[in-house]
Design a binder for this molecule. Structure first.
Ligand SMILES: C[S@@+](CC[C@H](N)C(=O)[O-])C[C@H]1O[C@@H](n2cnc3c(N)ncnc32)[C@H](O)[C@@H]1O
Length: 283
């Protein structure tokens, strides 16, 4: 038996920390006439989804995973749109896992599986291989949502290096975004909100130590709507060799685009990375 919209609503609005976060995928909205209003001036999926569709190299990707799939906006939308993809959605919240699972059943989607688990340090050893992993806005919740015994505010960087290093063995490509307040708590900034260049450097150092090469980075601008733009390739080159050498260029880059009025969410860059482990680089 398939779920009703009422049942879907109950699973979606479950009152938990990450509830009412994502849009309902367009194909679900169109078929069921069911949508949820998300205030995208503060945080949204639309600009990220456009960025993903423009930059995901589908010729190189057959197996895609979504860590922290939430209510499946990305994993369901991609599985529905690209039937040749095999999609794995990983979501620790059981209600949201069930939400995705009900939609899979309702629409008879054969190319997506949803797993109710937290991809933590131990669990990621059991992950299958992916061509590409979406890793959006999960890692800053380490120590709060998962791996509580493994990471504290002070040990965050070392933990992130170790976690991403293990992940580099599980995917060729990773598209990464994170918040810079630990566990989403403004009183615990890993990087202060106004230090946009430092956020990129912070991640540049972590990627370098964890076996990921940065391919592209996007930051948002408001052009009537939020839209992501690519950071200069010369900056990426420096970040991949010696991140601290990119500091001046990053400060210049950000000084040209005033994003100080944007929400903390829209000040989180998008990183497209390639695993050095998978591409024959020495570790
Ligand atoms: C801040 S939301 C981000 C959702 C989505 N990735 C996005 O950016 O739109 C974090 C989501 O990841 C889930 N989550 C947190 N840690 C996780 C982990 N280690 N493995 C799987 N899911 C996780 C949470 O339950 C929540 O749904």
């Amino acid at each position: 038996m398939t779920a009703t919209v009422k049942e879907l609503e109950k699973l979606y609005f479950d009152g938990t920390k990450h509830a009412v976060y994502q849009n309902i995928p367009a194909f679900v909205q169109n078929a069921l006439g069911y949508s949820v209003e998300i205030n995208e001036t503060w945080r949204g999926d639309t600009a990220r989804y456009h960025n993903l569709l423009q930059n995901l190299n589908l010729d190189q990707i057959s197996v895609l995973g979504d860590i922290g799939a939430n209510t499946g906006f990305f994993s369901l939308s991609l599985a529905h749109r690209f039937p040749h993809l095999k999609v794995f959605a990983y979501e620790g919240n059981n209600n949201h896992h069930r939400f995705i699972s009900q939609i899979i059943k309702m629409f008879g989607l054969k190319n997506i599986e949803v797993k109710n688990l937290f991809v933590d340090m131990k669990g990621l050893e059991d992950l299958p291989q992916h061509d590409c992993l979406l890793n959006y806005n999960v890692l800053h919740h380490a120590g709060v949502d998962f791996d509580r015994d493994l990471v504290s505010f002070d040990s965050y960087t070392g933990y992130a290096v170790e976690y991403l290093k293990k992940l580099s063995k599980k995917a060729t490509y990773m598209i990464f975004q994170m918040g810079f307040n630990w566990g989403g708590n403004k009183a615990r900034p890993l990087v202060p909100v106004d230090y946009d260049a430092v956020k990129v450097l912070f991640m540049g150092k972590i990627f370098q130590q964890s076996n990921w090469e940065i391919d592209r980075i996007f930051t948002v601008r408001h052009t009537g709507e939020f839209e992501y733009f690519k950071i200069d390739a010369s900056i990426i080159r420096k970040l991949n060799i010696k991140p601290s050498d990119a500091r001046g260029d990053l400060v210049d880059y950000y000084s040209k685009y005033d994003i100080s009025s944007f929400s903390e969410f829209y000040r989180r860059p998008l990183f497209y990375c390639r695993s050095r482990d998978k591409s024959g680089y020495a570790e």
